[in-house]
Each structure stands twice: as C-alpha cells, then as structure tokens.
Design a protein around this ligand. Structure first.
Ligand SMILES: Cc1cc2nc3c(=O)[nH]c(=O)nc-3n(C[C@H](O)[C@H](O)[C@H](O)COP(=O)(O)O)c2cc1C
Length: 368
C-alpha cells in the first residue's frame, strides 16, 4: 500500500519505503538512530540545530557509514537572539537559590550556545559538501539564496509550520513538503515568531486545514505513537508522518538514563509547554524544571538560546548531585505510549500496526 499509494511524494521518489519519518531531535537523535530507521525503510533524521558545523559533518559522515539509504538533516533557523545584560542578570538571580540547593552558583553570564542556520555559511558548506538527501528547517526559513543552493545541490527540503501563515510562507519559499507540528508535539514548537500569540493548533486541526489550503504534501507531527495513528493521517491524505517521542526509548537514541527513567515515570502523563527552560516554547515531561517554570511564568528571561545556556547549567548542577529533575526532557503528549525496542524493530512494528488497523477497518466496514 505504501509506495504506489503516493507516487508523487518527493520522499518516495528518493526510495523511502514506509510513511514514517523519525523526527530530528537535537541531543537525542543519533547517527545510529537515523541509520536504523532509514535501513528499516523509514526516513531517519539527525537534529543538527544545536551542533557546530564540524560536529554536523562528523554525524552526517557517521550516518553515511551506517546506511546507504536517504536520511534527513535538520537545522534551526531562528531569529538571532539579542543579548540583554539586564534580563540575563535578573534571570540568573531568580535561578540562584535553585542552583544553591545543589551547592552551585549560576554562571556569570549566558552565551549564545549555538548559531542560527540563517547566518551559518560554514554549516551551509557542510550540507553542500555532504549532500544529505533531505534537509529540514525548524523555527523559520533560511534566505532564498540558501534554499536555492540546497535545492540545486539535490536536497528535498522540508519546513515545519505550527499555523497557516507559517505554512503559506513555506509554500511561497519553494520548499517541497510541510511538517504540520501540532501543540501535542514534544520539543520546541517551530513557531517562526514566538513573540506573537500562539494558537496552539492540534496536529489534527492543523493537518486538516493545511490539506485543504496547501498544494504541498503535509507531514503531521505531534502525538503520533502507533500504526493506527499513522493510518489515520494517511487516510486524510498525508504521505508521511513525523514521530519523535516514539523513538526516545530506543537503544539507539541519545537519551540518557535520567531522560529514559523520566519518560517511563509519572511526569509522562503531564507534559508541559513552557518557554522558560530554553527561551522558546517547548513541551517537556513534567519535572522540577516545569514546576519551577510555572512559578516563574511571566518573568523576563534571556532570549533563546541564551536562556537555554542557564537551563542546561542548572540541569548539570542538579545532575551532579543526583537530581535528574532539571533535564530538558522534551516529549509529546503521547509520552505514556512510548515503547522500548530497537529503532528498526519499531519501524517494522509500526508498519505491521498500520496494516492491522487497515484490516480492522475493512472487516468492520459493515458497521460504518
Ligand atoms: C527530544 C526531542 C527533541 C526535538 N528536537 C527537535 C529538533 O532538533 N528539530 C526539530 O525540527 N524538531 C525537534 N523536535 C520536534 C519534532 O520534530 C516533532 O515535531 C515532534 O517530536 C513530534 O511530536 P511527538 O514527539 O509527539 O512525536 C524534538 C522533539 C523531541 C521529543
């Protein structure tokens, strides 16, 4: 049912067999994860948004050693955050007592811990040189000239939208497919401009609206955890879905023991969307950080990703004392349904579940 059903999708033309994209997850997706998914017939992704060009090159080359199948490389295209010494000092002073609980001090200041792809020529050179089959963008779009150079270099290009206006901008920029990221999704919302009110559209609402309003193929992302869920979106007319949380517990993911334990724990039932951990809205397993964020809501904080520098420092200080509750444990609302198994096995199970769900519908047809 897979390839022939959507022959026009640019990803099926690349030879991706099944309609499953393992989401790029900076810090959690690894070459081993992306390769295992691609080898099993899905599309694996590397989340390189928080990496240096040298680290990205290394990860891409490593992935190529592990698979000869296509895979996706994802970059962050946020507006560069403006440093503001007053906000930064104030924020660090809010966090000081929390650091003190773990016998630590907040850092003196916060740094821009990674560059936006908007102004990273060196990263562009890495992509042009290593030629990943697919490149995806989060938080916005790169300049027209960059899009043109990547396209001329042969990459299929995907952009992530959280609302209709962002999707219109992706379509106008000439990208190939739109990821419809719903509010259920784990990790950072890909909003282009986090300062404007967020409608927090669900994956279902956003996807169905975009299927009607856009000519590009739509890839829903957010809350999809099993084959029946995938089939639901295929039935609507989506050629692929993108799944992140479903792959966190695979042995190939880079999630550390604390993250894995948290995803299997009670916080999974209460994910929280908060900008306070990193400086941009992101969905996290409920933990000490999200509880603290609730108390600090409305405070002025440093811009993304400078705020994240402090967030990561707090996690490191607490972790050094055995407290894992300040991890940026990004996960979607489907978190309690995350399963622990090899990534290739996961893809095969998802395909089997799609087929079972389709058969279930066929055998229940008389009830419709
Ligand atoms: C741990 C984690 C890290 C993520 N990092 C990225 C990233 O680097 N780039 C990106 O485009 N999306 C990232 N996302 C969002 C995913 O692309 C996707 O929208 C999301 O995982 C879909 O929702 P789900 O987690 O419910 O499947 C991340 C998600 C998670 C769970």
């Amino acid at each position: 049912m897979f390839g022939p059903a959507f022959p026009s999708s640019p990803l099926f033309r690349l030879g991706v067999r099944y309609p499953i994209i393992q989401a790029p997850m900076a810090g959690t997706s690894t070459p081993a994860l992306a390769a295992a998914v691609s080898n099993a017939g899905g599309l694996g992704s590397l989340g390189m948004g928080a990496s240096t060009p040298a680290a990205a090159r290394k990860a891409i080359e490593e992935t190529k050693r592990l698979t000869d199948k296509p895979f996706n490389v994802n970059l962050f295209v946020h507006e560069k955050g403006v440093a503001n010494a007053t906000n930064e000092a104030e924020w660090l002073s809010f966090l000081r007592p929390v650091f003190a609980e773990y016998g630590a001090q907040p850092p003196e200041g916060v740094q821009e811990i990674y560059k936006t792809f908007k102004e990273d020529e060196e990263m562009l050179e890495v992509l042009l040189d290593t030629k990943p089959a697919v490149v995806s963008f989060h938080f916005g779009l790169p300049a027209e000239a960059i899009i043109r150079r990547l396209r001329e270099n042969g990459a299929v290009l995907l952009g992530s939208a959280t609302n209709l206006e962002e999707a219109r901008r992706i379509e106008a920029s000439g990208l190939d497919m739109i990821i419809a990221q719903g509010a259920e999704a784990g990790g950072h919302r890909g909003m282009f401009d986090p300062t404007i009110p967020d409608d927090e559209l669900s994956t279902f609402a956003l996807t169905t609206l975009l299927l009607k309003s856009s000519k590009l193929p739509i890839i829903p992302a957010g809350g999809i955890m099993d084959g029946a869920g995938i089939l639901g979106y295929l039935t609507l007319g989506c050629p692929f879905v993108q799944m992140g949380t479903a792959f966190i517990l695979t042995p190939e993911s880079g999630a550390d023991a604390g993250f894995r334990a948290a995803l299997k724990g009670p916080g999974a039932e209460h994910t929280r969307l908060t900008p306070l951990i990193s400086g941009r809205p992101a969905r996290c397993l409920q933990n000490k950080w999200t509880d603290l964020a609730t108390k600090l809501e409305g405070r002025v904080q440093p811009a993304y990703p400078m705020a994240y520098d402090a967030g990561k420092a707090l996690h490191a200080a607490a972790k050094a004392k055995g407290e894992e509750g300040y991890g940026a444990h990004w996960a979607g609302q489907g978190a309690p349904a995350a399963r622990e198994m090899g990534a290739g096995e996961m893809v095969r199970l998802l395909v089997q579940e799609i087929e079972e769900a389709r058969d279930r519908i066929a055998s229940n047809r008389s009830n419709l």
